[in-house]
Design a protein around this ligand. Structure first.
Ligand code: FES
Length: 110
């Protein structure tokens, strides 16, 4: 059976506390590393369709730079107004020195 996971970056290319933006099949994703855990979310704020990669990490949250909503990297749930709907999160794995993303479906149903 073919795996849905796609290699998107060298694991060491993302320093702890940093993120990168990648595209898979023309869709943008934000791949973040907090300590030794990696997270993947859609690179799109649910408030006004604005790239979250213009923002910054705040612990295990990504903060939108347009109006300041912070989203959990684990659940996609917004923790501040004005956003009121979650962003999609995706499964990631690290293997063979690479970060692998499953873009086939959101992990949180978002
Ligand atoms: S566009 Fe992100 S909080 Fe408004």
């Amino acid at each position: 059976m073919q795996t849905p996971f796609v290699a998107v970056a060298a694991a060491e290319a993302i320093a702890p506390g940093k993120f990168i933006r990648v595209e898979v099949d023309g869709r943008p994703y934000l791949i973040a590393r907090v300590e030794d855990r990696y997270y993947a979310v859609e690179d799109n704020c649910s408030h006004e369709d604005y790239p979250l990669s213009y923002g910054c990490l705040d612990g295990r949250r990504i903060k939108c730079s347009l109006h300041g909503s912070r989203f959990s990297l684990e659940t996609g749930v917004p923790e501040d107004d004005p956003a009121d709907s979650p962003i999609a999160t995706f499964q990631v794995r690290v293997a063979e020195g690479q970060v692998w993303l499953d873009p086939s479906r959101p992990a949180n149903g978002g």
